[in-house]
Ligand binder design. Structure first.
Ligand code: FES
Ligand SMILES: [Fe+2]
Length: 386
């Protein structure tokens, strides 16, 4: 990172609410900025991987790339969930295909068929001849894994921070939604956006753009002007809002114990990459994984009470429609970020969540002090249900 850009980044992410401005444009495409972000945020923090419900049986796995690192989450025959390096210990070939699958009895490399078990232990190498391959020296490295509310997270750090610290205080705000009811998971195809990951995150977490970008889609259900800040800090943030649909008439059919939550949603941002909208009927997320300084993968998924039977339903057409709107606007902004003359302006109150995101980045990249925890005026709605 060039010294002046690093200084500009450090100053920008430390700015308090009210003073905060759009980040310097170069931070959205400079490769020397992206490298420390990948290292400090994606290779040293808890990154969302997938829904645990998709990994129910022995051998079930989800393989993903976390900024060029090949990782697989796999259910062992002993029932344990593990996160392993997905690089073969022979010559580095990615072992299991990206996405979901079942590894069968063992993990077998597609190149020369070196074999590892579901704990990552080396099992054998065909045609090894006279060469002694030390078993203990050829196992797949294991990473830390955590499961929370049916979601699986992985941390590639050598000494990971306990996951419980990352979500401290969060559960209390989510009790009204009774998330344990959501046992069925879906993951949609990954999308590839020509946009820096921070643009995709910022767009995913702020409700300011709904009235303009999503006039015909999200704005009709979750209008900008009914969005509010619930609670948060640099570690996680919840915003919320009213759901404007037929739910008032649906209420009498819902059977939960917190009817006051039926007409509200919360948007959870667990940096660096998970953005989840939660309401009484389910949880729907996007997972944002950067591939380089100007591209990211966006993977939608969710949890619900009933299995999804039809991915062509109006509900999923709606999801595809608003994601297409987001992709288009993010790619448009990305073009703007290359301007040498352009300069961004102040953030408005509805963009407070962007400031939390910056404080997260600032803490990890520059070691600036964590921002104190804040609650919005509507926090009690979730904490103290009537
Ligand atoms: S690279 Fe995996 S067996 Fe050779
Ligand atoms: Fe959007």
């Amino acid at each position: 990172m060039s010294q002046s850009l690093m200084t500009a980044y450090k100053d920008a992410v430390a700015t308090p609410i009210g003073e905060a401005r759009c980040l310097p444009f170069a931070l959205y495409h400079d490769r020397s900025v992206f490298a420390p972000e990948a290292e400090s945020l994606f290779h040293n923090d808890w990154v969302f991987a997938c829904a645990e419900a998709k990994l129910a049986d022995a051998g079930d796995y989800f393989a993903l790339e976390i900024v060029r690192e090949q990782v697989v989450i796999i259910r062992g025959k002993d029932g344990e969930l593990r996160a392993l390096s997905n690089n073969c210990r022979h010559r580095g070939t990615p072992l299991l295909d990206l996405g979901f699958g079942n590894a069968g009895k063992n993990i077998v490399c597609p190149y020369h068929a070196w074999t590892f078990d579901d704990k990552g232990s080396f099992r054998g190498a065909p045609f090894a001849g006279e060469v002694a391959i030390e078993k203990d020296d050829h196992c797949l490295p294991q990473y830390a894994v955590a499961v929370w509310k049916g979601l699986v997270f992985v941390n590639l750090a050598d000494e990971p921070q306990p996951f419980s610290e990352r979500i401290e205080g969060l559960d209390a705000y989510l009790e009204v939604f009774e998330l344990d009811r959501f046992q069925h998971a879906y993951h949609l195809e990954a999308e590839y956006w020509n946009a820096n990951w921070k643009l995709a995150v910022e767009n995913g977490i702020e409700s300011y753009h709904l009235f303009k970008v999503h006039k015909e889609t999200l704005e009709t259900m979750t209008p900008t002007k009914q969005a509010y800040y619930v609670a948060g800090s640099s570690e996680w943030t919840l915003t919320g809002g009213a759901i404007k649909d037929e739910r008032s008439t649906l209420t009498k059919w819902l059977t939960g114990s917190h009817p006051e939550a039926y007409s509200q949603y919360v948007l959870l941002f667990l940096p660096p990459s998970l953005i989840a909208v939660i309401d009484y009927e389910g949880m729907h997320w996007i997972q944002i994984l950067p591939t380089d300084a100007e591209h990211c993968e966006v993977i939608p998924g969710g949890l619900s009470q009933q299995p999804v039977k039809n991915f062509d339903s109006p509900e999923f057409q709606f999801t595809h429609a608003f994601l297409a709107e987001d992709k288009e606007i993010c790619e448009r902004v990305q073009r703007g970020m290359h301007s040498q003359k352009g300069e961004g302006g102040k953030l408005v109150s509805l963009e407070q969540i962007l400031v939390d995101f910056r404080h997260y980045v600032g803490n990890r990249l520059f070691g600036t002090c964590p921002e104190p925890f804040r609650e919005g005026e509507r926090a009690a709605l979730f904490l103290d249900p009537k």
